[in-house]
Design a binder for this molecule. Structure first.
Ligand code: ADP
Ligand code: ADP
Length: 237
């Protein structure tokens, strides 16, 4: 479970990006976070893996206090909390499989992966992850030969290979065309249902959020202004 209690996030002295956020998120929920640009969606997601530490309040994941995590514990925690970005964050001149394998050696430089610094069973796990998102046939292709949608699925496979309990996705479909965006949302939904992984997605396409996510959290000026099932969202949200 992810728990926010009276969470505030400030950047410097001027920007209050989160204001008194209170949330309880159960294992296996699929949540769409909606709101205008600058509302605080990205900040909310990035507090959960301590990419952006909170300024005040209580933030716990499975009864562990996130602000207290440091060093090795924080690195171990982040393996359980996968992160996906709008820009995919892949090494585009490397092969797909190499990018997925990098999930297994997060503390080592990427060139160690390029040199084959991984185990056979890790390669098999990486291939399984690629199969899950339907791009096994691209395993030995260079990332820069793939479409945007395929690249986002490589990023998803890399996160899956970490065997996460939670996936945080910051605008993962924002740079994709509508058809591809729907395909990628369906991938997220399948993974959520099959593996009971909690997924939080920032998404400014409200229709996509309503169609694929189970619960919607609406953010405005750093505050949660809506929180409920996606089939009960009213137009003014
Ligand atoms: P959203 O994801 O909804 O677009 P963000 O969480 O990125 O919103 O931003 C919320 C507010 O915090 C905005 O006013 C933004 O300019 C500000 N902000 C975000 N990141 C930083 C940062 N690293 N330093 C200063 N201000 C930031
Ligand atoms: P994205 O849309 O992928 O979230 P942004 O352009 O919002 O990317 O932000 C890119 C980076 O800049 C993030 O790390 C964010 O925290 C930071 N950032 C966003 N707004 C501000 C700001 N007003 N001042 C300083 N840093 C910011």
């Amino acid at each position: 479970m992810i728990k926010f209690e009276h969470v505030y996030k400030r950047y410097g002295n001027d920007v209050l990006a989160l204001k008194d956020v209170n949330l309880e998120i159960q294992q296996g929920e699929f949540i769409g976070i909606i709101g205008l640009s600058g509302a605080g969606k990205s900040t909310l997601i990035r507090t959960i893996n301590k990419m952006h530490p909170i300024s005040e309040g209580v933030l716990e994941v499975d009864d562990v206090s996130v602000p207290a995590l440091k060093g090795k514990e924080l690195r171990r925690f982040r393996r359980k909390v996968g992160m996906i970005f709008q820009s995919f964050n892949l090494v585009t001149r490397a092969k797909v499989i190499t990018n997925v394998l990098s999930a297994f050696v997060p503390d080592l430089p990427f060139w160690r992966v390029l040199l084959g610094y991984y185990k056979k069973e890790e390669e098999i796990k990486a291939l399984e992850a690629l199969d899950r998102v339907g791009i096994l046939d691209k395993a030995y292709t260079r990332v820069d030969q793939l479409s945007g949608g395929q690249q986002q699925r490589v990023a998803l496979a890399r996160t899956l290979a970490q065997d996460p309990r939670i996936i945080l996705a910051d605008e993962p479909v924002a740079s994709l065309d509508p058809v591809t965006a729907a395909v990628v949302m369906q991938d997220f939904k399948n993974i959520n249902k099959d593996d009971n992984i909690t997924i939080l997605i920032n998404i400014h396409h409200v229709e996509l959020a309503l169609e694929y996510c189970d619960r919607i959290i609406g953010i405005r000026e750093g505050a949660v202004v809506y929180d409920g099932p996606s089939d009960q969202v009213t137009p003014e949200v």
